[in-house]
Design a protein around this ligand. Structure first.
Ligand SMILES: O=C(O)c1ccccc1N[C@@H]1O[C@H](COP(=O)(O)O)[C@@H](O)[C@H]1O
Length: 241
């Protein structure tokens, strides 16, 4: 059985690595230089970095140059998200050398464009399904964007390669992942799922690991690492069996 992939997160707001609570603007805790954070996760053995331009996601500007610097400094695979919504922002994102991009708002607001880029770029495109209950949220998670399972069926039919599923109610809270949501999404699609939101302990990671046979491929870990609930080395060890 393949092991669960871990993606430590570096979310960038106003040039700083931050963590939010429930994705709410203004709830930031700052953790300093995004480049230093990313390099630290790489040194600790990460195989992936989940890199987010939060200003671009919220529409409060962007950190594009800094994001490109961080992605360019990585020897590991980078999943890049935040504000990738049209040809220009997608081209800039892919030009960083990232392994894949994660589209959120665009999948809700411009489905024809998303179908086109899925057809063009294959598994370089993942879609972030950011949900409250079963309602998708876009534009920095501030606007409703339709039903999770209807959107998933549409994206599946268009050949979307992978989904990054975030329970907004759990994100940044250290309250544990929403395993029911992950199971339900895995039951609704054959495509791999990356879990996001709520990881607080090594047991949470083991619980997500138990869903690998169901279709969970990876887990994004943010607050727990920054709050030193465990180290990345411990996390990688916990999911290695
Ligand atoms: O990661 C967060 O904490 C977060 C909070 C609020 C909004 C977005 C957030 N994250 C990432 O942004 C993309 C969506 O960006 P867009 O809608 O495509 O511009 C989402 O997939 C998350 O990865």
């Amino acid at each position: 059985m393949p092991k669960l992939e871990l993606l430590p997160a570096v979310d960038v707001r106003d040039g700083q690595a931050v963590r939010l609570v429930h994705g709410e603007s203004g709830s930031e805790t700052s953790y300093g230089s995004p480049l230093q954070a990313a390099l630290a996760w790489q040194r600790s053995g990460a195989e992936w970095l989940h890199l987010v331009d939060l200003d671009a996601a919220f529409g409060t500007g962007d950190n594009r140059a800094l994001i490109a610097e961080v992605a360019g400094a990585m020897d590991i695979k980078v999943e890049l998200s935040g504000g990738i919504r049209d040809d220009a922002t997608l081209a800039a994102a892919l030009a960083t050398g990232c392994r894949r991009v994660n589209l959120g708002t665009a999948a809700l607001e411009t489905p024809e464009w998303v179908a086109k880029v899925i057809a063009e770029h294959g598994d370089k495109i993942a879609v972030g399904l950011d949900v409250r209950g079963t309602t998708l949220r876009g534009r920095g998670w501030t606007r409703d964007g339709g039903d999770l399972y209807e959107t998933l069926a549409r994206l599946d039919s268009e050949g979307c390669a992978r989904y990054v599923v975030t329970d907004i109610a759990k994100d940044g809270t250290l309250q544990g992942p929403n395993l029911e949501l992950l199971k339900n999404v895995c039951a609704a699609t054959d495509k791999p799922v990356v879990a996001s939101g709520g990881v607080s302990s090594l047991d949470d990671l083991r619980a997500i690991s138990s869903l690998v046979p169901a279709g969970v491929e990876g887990a994004i870990v943010g607050k727990a690492l920054y709050a030193k609930a465990f180290t990345l080395e411990e996390a990688l060890e916990a999911v290695s069996v």
